[in-house]
Design a protein around this ligand. Sequence first.
Ligand SMILES: [Fe+2]
Ligand SMILES: [Fe+2]
Length: 302
Amino acid sequence: MKPESLLSFVQISDTHLRPSKQPSGWWLSNQPADLLRSAVTKVGLLKNVDFVLFTGDLFDRAEAAALDEFRTIVQGLPCPYYVCVGNHDVVGQPWPGRLTKADFASRLQLPDKLYYSVALKPGFRLLVLDTVPPRFPHAQGRLPAEQMEWLRWQLLVHREEIILIALHHPPVAPAYFREFRLHPGDGIQLAELVAASPNVFAVLSGHLHVPRRWNYRRRPYFSAPSLGGPPNAFRHFRLELSPKQARLHYDWIPVTVDDVRRPLWFPLSMGRLRDRRGRYRLQLPALAQGKQKRASRLNAAS
Ligand SMILES: [Fe+2]
Ligand SMILES: [Fe+2]
């Protein structure tokens, strides 16, 4: 029996668009806009993608012109897209030609607070978090108490929906990624909240530029590859339900342009095979209940 496809989506991260051509790191490609255009074309070739999720660092130097470039390119997507803010997307104080959080929100038509809840389709929800410190965006990522409380409330109110969580800084990265992960105290609070919320099926992050798949208390945490720097790739996720179980499949889609940088550590930026593609078996009570309801409806009708 063919598995039932529940959700198909793409995660693109860390494009680091910069019309000014001044990169914040030499390893970043000089053609981030071409990489994004190519990724948009590749998304168009995938079948039935429900949405694209950008997990931050859309831009490199928070340039307003980069946001215009981004909006023009993503017009080519065949589906809706949603955005997390990253530390390179905004500045802490008003600065001519650069984006504050308020500019970023209003110009991308996002809620004023950059954490928000999206009904993806009946029974499926995306919760987007904002981990970028407002005054000093490049400081370590934080999840303030107010936002944690909001998340707790969202998970309670929508406890019967299947939920995906997205944020820029990885919340459960091991200590050797300490420079890049979310503040460990905030990360563990988030991970424990997720562990207590049985219908959260995955937590997706960016920022690290290295693909990883971690497990914490039987939930998958995915750190995304960078599109604008090595390894120049993105992932396609499919949530499927077979008669026996739900599975999250993830595939690796490389993107190339003329000028891609290959630093010595390029192989490390590729991760291991299971970081790039694979499948993760999920326990989702909401799906089990939905199956029971469907089966009882069929029995009643027959
Ligand atoms: Fe980045
Ligand atoms: Fe970042």
